[in-house]
Design a binder for this molecule. Structure first.
Ligand SMILES: [Zn+2]
Length: 149
């Protein structure tokens, strides 16, 4: 019985293959024709010197101009940070981003040194090393007391 089943299924498979073969080959031919047509249509319109047509399309679609403009603006003539020994360019009031934050902190807590002036000349202010931890809290408290008096 098992051998008969196998024979039968083989027969069915053969029959199906025989009927499907011409359809499959037709499909393949059609897809080849479509591919050829597509390349024939695509080639004369998009092909330029040196670049494949796909790359050209991609370049046209994605071009963020705003970011580039910002980059150009920020890379203009810049002066250095006002703090002596700081290699970064000035960002605000003559200080780099990090030292401007420090400037704001010192100003807010009433500990701004005399050489930390707004729009200070580059490399003109001595860096301030603030105490950290418990010593820092103590220094802050004393600065507040001095401010109130
Ligand atoms: Zn700096």
């Amino acid at each position: 019985m098992a051998s008969f089943d196998k024979l039968f299924s083989d027969l069915v498979a053969q029959e199906v293959n025989a009927q499907l073969a011409p359809i499959l080959s037709q499909l393949q031919q059609q897809s080849e024709v479509i591919a050829r047509l597509g390349s024939a249509f695509g080639a004369p319109v998009r092909r330029g010197p040196g670049r494949p047509p796909k790359a050209l399309g991609a370049v046209k679609v994605s071009a963020p101009k705003a970011a580039k403009a910002v980059k150009v603006r920020s890379s203009g003539g810049q002066r250095g940070c006002a703090v002596i020994g700081c290699p970064r360019p000035a960002r605000a009031k003559g200080y780099c981003a990090a030292h401007y934050q420090k400037y704001r902190n010192l100003e807010k807590t009433g500990r701004l040194p005399s050489d930390w002036t707004p729009d200070a000349a580059p490399q003109s202010a001595n860096d301030v090393v603030l105490p950290r931890g418990r010593a820092g809290a103590k220094a802050l408290a004393e600065a507040k007391k001095g401010k109130k008096k």
